[in-house]
Every structure is written in C-alpha cells, then in structure tokens.
Write a protein that binds this ligand. Sequence first.
Ligand SMILES: [Zn+2]
Length: 113
Amino acid sequence: MHDQVPQQGLVLVAHPPRGGALTGRIELVLDGTAIATLTLTCCLDCRVASLDYIHVVAGYRRLGYGRTLVAAAHARTTGYRRTAPLPDGPAAQAFRARISYPHPEASCVHQRQ
Ligand SMILES: [Zn+2]
C-alpha cells in the first residue's frame, strides 16, 4: 500500500483498522514526509467515533492541515456520534476549540478504563 504513495506533493494516506483493531490512522504526507497525523477509534456497537490523537508538525500548523484530517475522519465515520477527548497543551486545545463536536458527551462503554 505504501508503495503506491507518490513522493511528491501533498497526499492523504488512510491506514484502516486491521486485525480487529478499532483504531485507524490518517496522515497528510507532504513530499514523502508525514506532516500531520490523526488517530481515530470507532466502536461499531456504540456507533461512537472518538478522535484520539491529532498532531501537526510545528511549522505546518494553522494552515488547515489539521482541519483537513478532521474532515477526512468525519467522511469515514458517517452515521457515528463523534467525540474527542480534551487534548493536552495550549496549541492542541486551541485547535480543538475551533473544531465542532456535536456530541462531546458521547462515549464508548468498551473503551472506559
Ligand atoms: Zn463501544
């Protein structure tokens, strides 16, 4: 699958969940280097999609890459209630504040500790 990724330009790469894992990963790759990463955990039973982690490499922030990843994640979770844990750090929290999550209370009982 990676063999088909062009090495030039901006590419969205989705790594679907494998082997029963519920977590998928989406990356934005610019000229062969991942500049933004998002991981997403979906529960088929609860119909909840949780945005677990999003990271944009310093120097590429506030350019819309994070939003692009979130949009890509949303496009893959149609019909799910979407939620995201409050991230650590002011940059992540500022980003999170700009993203609309209509079901902040949604949670997957299977993921609770
Ligand atoms: Zn669940």
